[in-house]
Design a protein around this ligand. Structure first.
Ligand code: GLP
Length: 245
C-alpha cells in the first residue's frame, strides 16, 4: 500500500487520505475480499500516523461496507460485487449462469456425502426413512467472490457417489438423465448470521436472500430440494410479467 506518502502528499485531513488509499487498494483488487486488515497499531506505524487517524479511516470504510469488523478476530476487506441479474423464469444452474457472464466458478465444499433423509427431505423428495440422499453443501464462488451458500439434497438414486460431483450438480444429473425440467422456487428476505456471514465475507446482519428450490423430472418426480443463501448485495432477480388471460 502506498501509505508512506500520506504525510507528504497534498492538503486535507490525514484520515481521509488514508481512507482513500485503502479504498483504492480494495476496489482495485490489491486487497482481496476476505483479507484481514493489519492491526491498527501496525497500520499506524507503517503509515506514520496516529491510531486515532487509522481508526477514523477504518470506521468510515466500515460504515460504507468496504470493511467489516468481526468480533474477536479483526477487520476484513469486503470487495463490492457487481450485481448479477438473474432471470426468475429460466431453470438454469449456477455454473451455467456464471459461464454465460464469463465468470469462472468454483466451490468450497461444506458437506458432501450420503445420509438418511431428515423428515423435511423425506417429505419433499417423497422418500422412505431408510432411503439414502446425497447432500451437497457448497460455498459457491464466482471469480473469487463468494456469492452463495447452497445445500442441495438429491435422492441417492440420482447421485450415488456424491464425491464424483466435482463441479456442476446439474451436469451430473444430466448424465443420469435426471436433469430437472421444472422447478418451484421460493425467495425470502433474511439477515445473514454467523457462520454464513464469515463464509460469504459480509457483515453479520447483512441482507440475504434465502432461496428454496424444489425441482422435478418430466414424470413429476422430485429430483432436487435445495436451500440456498444468496448475498443480497449481489443479486437482482428479474421476471417478465404478463397480463392474466
Ligand atoms: C442454482 C440453484 C440450485 C441448483 C444449482 C445447480 O444455483 N439455486 O438449486 O442446485 O443451480 O448448479 P450447478 O449445476 O452449477 O451445481
Amino acid at each position: 500500500l502506498p501509505l508512506e506518502t500520506l504525510q507528504s502528499g497534498g492538503a486535507g485531513p490525514l484520515y481521509l487520505k488514508l481512507r482513500q488509499s485503502l479504498e483504492e487498494a480494495i476496489l482495485s483488487g490489491k486487497l482481496n475480499h476476505g483479507d484481514a486488515l493489519p492491526p491498527e497499531r501496525d497500520l499506524a506505524d507503517y503509515a506514520n500516523v496516529s491510531r486515532v487517524t487509522v481508526r477514523k479511516a477504518v470506521d468510515d470504510l466500515v460504515r460504507d461496507g468496504l470493511l467489516v469488523r468481526r468480533h474477536g478476530s479483526g477487520t476484513f476487506v469486503v470487495r463490492p460485487v457487481s450485481r448479477v441479474e438473474q432471470s426468475l423464469s429460466r431453470l438454469t444452474s449456477f455454473t451455467e449462469d456464471m459461464a454465460r457472464r464469463g465468470l469462472n466458478t468454483r466451490a468450497e465444499w461444506l458437506e458432501r456425502g450420503l445420509f438418511h433423509p431428515s423428515p423435511d427431505e423425506m417429505m419433499t423428495l417423497g422418500l422412505a426413512a431408510d432411503a439414502l440422499v446425497a447432500r451437497l453443501g457448497r460455498l459457491r464462488i464466482a471469480d473469487d467472490m463468494p456469492l452463495a451458500i447452497e445445500r442441495a439434497c438429491v435422492s441417492a438414486e440420482f447421485v450415488p457417489d456424491p464425491l464424483a460431483v466435482t463441479s456442476s450438480l446439474y451436469s451430473e444429473l444430466e448424465k443420469k438423465q435426471a436433469r430437472p425440467v421444472r422447478a418451484v422456487q421460493r425467495i425470502s428476505a433474511c439477515n445473514i448470521k454467523e457462520p454464513d456471514a464469515a463464509m460469504l465475507g459480509v457483515a453479520v446482519g447483512a441482507a440475504g436472500l434465502s432461496i428454496e428450490r424444489v425441482s422435478y423430472l418430466a414424470s413429476g418426480r422430485v429430483v432436487e430440494f435445495t436451500r440456498s443463501l444468496y448475498r443480497g448485495d449481489a443479486y437482482d432477480f428479474v421476471a417478465e410479467l404478463t397480463i392474466p388471460e
